[in-house]
Structures are given as C-alpha cells and as structure tokens.
Ligand binder design. Structure first.
Ligand SMILES: *Cc1c(COP(=O)(O)O)cnc(C)c1O
Length: 479
C-alpha cells in the first residue's frame, strides 16, 4: 500500500516514510492510494475478535512495510486493559472501548479510558510505539515540538514518555490550563519529556512552534517533528474503534448503524468516513460542532468558510474550538472523485484566507452519497444535555460528548429511521471539564482513584517568555 497526496504533487510513499512526517511536500495530506475493502467473511470473523486482534487485521490492510509479527507485537503492547483502565465501574477494561447503552438503540462508545482521559490516547498510544519501532530500525531520532492548550499535548506526552529515540518539547500557556491538566503534564518525570510554560496565550505557543519549524536549518539539524492531527497514522488508528463499536451495538453484519461524532479538526469523523468507505455498514455519520460551526455550515450549505482565529469562539467544549478543520481536505479529496486538481483549486482559496462554494459544481450532487448529516450545539445545549443524561441515567458525560448527544437526539427526532442504532462517540471524561459539569449539575465529577491527588505531585516545567530564540536554545541544550 502506497500513500499519495491530496494535491497530487508528491511521489507515492510507504507507510513508514510518512509516519514521522506531517504534510506532504506539496502541502497536501497523505491518504492511501485506495481504500482496502472488507469482505463479508472478514466482517464475520472480526466480529468475535478482541480489540488488539481486530486492530491488527485492520492495520495490516494499510501497513505492508512492517513485518506482521512486529506489527502484532506493537499492537498487543498498545491496546491493553492496563493502558485503557479508567473505564466506568462495571465495564470491562479488556474491551478497550466499552459500549454503554443509555436506552435501546442509543449507545455511548467509551473512547476516553486511556491515561489522559480523552480519545486522543486511542491513536497516540499506537503512534508512540510505532515511532519507537521505526526510529530504532532506522537508527534515527526525533524531537517532537508541539503547542497545546490541553488534550493533545498531554496525550502526546503520555504516548511518548520513555520511548527510545523520541524527545518531546511541549509548549503550553503559563497558568491558562486547569490545575488538573497542569498536573497531568508537568508531573511527568521522564527524561525525554520537556514541558515549557510560555508567559502568554496558546497562540503565542503556536507562533513559536511555527517560527522554529520555519527555520529550515534548525529543523533539520535537530530533527524537529510533530504529532499533529493531520498525521495519517492517527487517523488510521481511529478507524479501528468504528468497527469495534459497530460489532458491539449490533447482532449481525446485515445491520446498519449511525455514528455521532463531536468534531473539531475532522480527524475522528474522517476515520469514520474511511471505515464506511471500506465497507463497514454505516448508514450515516452525524457531525456535531459547538459554536464554532464551520463544518456544520459546510454540510448544510456546501460552502466551506474557515474563520480567522479572532473569530473563533472560546467555548466549554474547547477541544472543538477550531477556525479551520485541518483534516477536512482528506474528505474533499474523496468527494471530488480523488481529483487533485480540484483540491488544489479549492485550497488555493482556503490557503489565501478565503472560502469555496460547491453549490455551482457537480460535486454538490455527490455529497449525499457520503452519508453525512450535521448540527451544532451551544453552551446552553451542553448544560441541558449533561443534566438530562445525568437525570435519566446517572451517567456523567463531558462537554464534547454532550454536543454529539444533543445533535444525535435532534437528528433522530427529525425523522431518521429510529430502528438504526445510534452510537455516540464519547471523547473525554467529565472530570476533565469539571467546571462546566459543576455548572450543569451543582456537583463535581469523581475522578479515577489512581488520579486522585495528582495536583500535589512534584512538577517539572520551565517557565519562559514567548521568545522563539530562547526555546531554540533550550532545545539545543537538551539534545
Ligand atoms: C480533539 C477532540 C475532539 C475533536 O476531534 P477532531 O478529531 O479534532 O474532530 C473532540 N473531543 C475531544 C474531547 C477532543 O479532545
């Protein structure tokens, strides 16, 4: 299997060659040259498999440059009940992504039982093991530089801690994260993890990452890399739980399901789209946004109109506060019949700060074929949804999951055949957003026992001014 760029200007690459990189050299995103199909016989066999075995079957269709026995070892090491142990009382951690049924035909797929209590662990943990493996084979190293306001940075650190050949330099805005988030990241004592708190905002952190990455000399000398949401392996790892969720919510492979996905950068739901393209019986993909509704607007109107950062709302589902959706180009590549010229034309507009409009193109007629529907949710909706789920089921859901529950319910009452099971992806645990939970319920979520009191652990963090040169010096000194 080779990987090609959505913009058509990069030589096809093997999996291991795109694993450590980000964008293709032509500015596009990598996708497999075709989507491997799943036969009825395979689906029948896969239904009975534990998570790690299912993962291996799916990954093998996409990765042909890592020997099967090595891939098996990496996958077995990644998807363990020990790593994904923070499940709800009464659920089986061996399921990795247990399914909680709220009422017949309405389910939550728990994706947030990993070390940082958010679904990003699902993919990032695999990435950590893949990076270590490929770097060792190549006798190479990487220095991952990132900026985070919470979820992504901690998931990256917990995935890369102690990994040979990998160092992480993670910038976060000083004093802007919750005490719990700070404790999660800054209490890591691993030699290869460096936390840098920048006196400034998240944007300042991101500007420093850009400035450092734009220094081509520094970048190649210190092997600077990233693990951002456009990384293909992250999308790939997320395909697995769509299969797992489908099997858990159905009895036979004749059935169809609907997934509802709280969306920001379009990474999670892109994996759902690919699972559907592989032949998993997904009738519809419900895309839920918060007040930052650039994707909802697209699926309702056919107009993709990214906003400026100044027009991005700060919301109570912060991991979906995006102005443009970095993975969206992957879907559009499929929508336009995999014609890179069309993608180039659209993204010439987007990259110049503009928008594009499908309404006068033949592609608009293709859109329904892909099964997307969309909706948005506001802070008031989140509070009401968190309350309703708590009152009816005594289950606390987080703010992002609440957005997806709200839009799923709205969609079902709008006349979808209700016989189809609805699977809402639960992307974080309530405890990560306890302020909003408190606002909704008047009480605080409990946290997993093992994470009680982490705020009191010693912390390791360098506080610095928002100065790219100083960050470069620090990186150089640690390498
Ligand atoms: C990252 C994140 C999302 C959004 O996922 P995308 O892949 O960016 O669409 C939703 N919920 C939570 C909790 C997240 O951390």
């Amino acid at each position: 299997m080779k990987y090609i760029s959505t913009r058509g200007g990069a030589a096809p690459q093997a999996f291991s060659d795109i694993l450590l990189g980000g964008l293709a050299p032509d500015g596009g995103l990598y996708l497999p040259e075709r989507y491997p199909q799943v036969s009825a016989a395979e689906l029948a066999e896969w239904r009975e498999l534990p998570y790690h075995a299912l993962a291996l079957r799916i990954l093998q269709k996409y990765i042909d440059d890592i020997p099967a026995c090595d891939l098996k070892m990496l996958v077995d090491r990644t998807y363990t009940a020990q790593t994904y142990r923070y499940c709800r009382p009464g659920r089986d951690a061996d399921d990795i992504t247990p399914l909680t049924t709220l009422e017949p035909g309405f389910h939550l797929l728990e994706l947030s039982n990993g070390p940082t209590l958010a679904f990003k662990d699902m993919a990032m943990q695999l990435l950590g093991n893949l990076f270590e493996y490929v770097l060792a084979k190549r006798n190479d190293t990487i220095n991952i530089l990132g900026a985070t306001s919470g979820d992504t940075g901690s998931a990256a650190e917990y995935a890369m801690r102690g990994k040979k050949g990998v160092r992480v330099f993670m910038l976060s805005p000083d004093g802007k994260m919750s005490a719990f988030q700070r404790a999660q990241m800054y209490s890591l004592q691993d030699e290869n993890i460096t936390n840098i708190a920048i006196r400034g905002m998240f944007d300042d952190c991101q500007d420093i990452v850009k400035a450092v990455s734009n220094d081509a000399d520094f970048k190649s000398r210190f092997k600077i890399g990233a693990v951002n949401s456009i990384n293909w392996a992250r999308v790939l790892a997320q395909i697995i739980y769509y299969f797992k969720g489908y099997f858990a919510a159905t009895r036979s492979n004749e059935e169809q399901v609907i997934f509802s996905v709280p969306s920001g950068n379009f990474g999670n739901i892109c994996a759902g789209h690919i699972a559907r393209m592989m032949g998993l019986p997904i009738a519809q993909l419900v895309l839920a946004t918060n007040e930052n509704d650039v994707l909802d607007e697209f699926f309702r109107t056919g107009v993709y109109r990214p906003r400026g950062t100044a027009d991005t709302y700060v919301t109570s589902s912060p991991s979906m506060d995006i102005s443009k959706a970095s993975n969206f180009e992957r879907f559009v590549f499929d929508l336009v019949g995999r014609d890179p010229a069309a993608v180039r034309e659209f993204w010439a507009k987007v990259d110049a700060g503009g928008s594009f409009d499908l309404r006068d193109t033949p592609f608009m007629a293709q859109l329904p074929k892909f099964g997307f529907v969309s909706g948005k949710s506001t802070h008031a909706d989140r509070l009401a949804t968190i309350r309703a789920v708590w009152q009816s089921h005594q289950i606390m859901i987080d703010t992002h999951t609440a957005d997806a529950v709200k839009v799923a319910r709205e969609h079902m009452s709008a006349g979808v055949p209700t016989s189809l099971p609805m699977i809402v992806l639960e992307t974080a645990q309530a405890v990560k957003f306890s302020e909003t939970i408190h606002e909704a319920l008047g009480c605080d979520p409990s946290r997993p026992k093992a994470l009680e009191g982490i705020e009191a652990l010693p912390q390791r963090v360098s506080v610095m001014d928002a100065d790219a040169a100083a960050v470069k010096t620090l990186i150089a000194n640690r390498c």
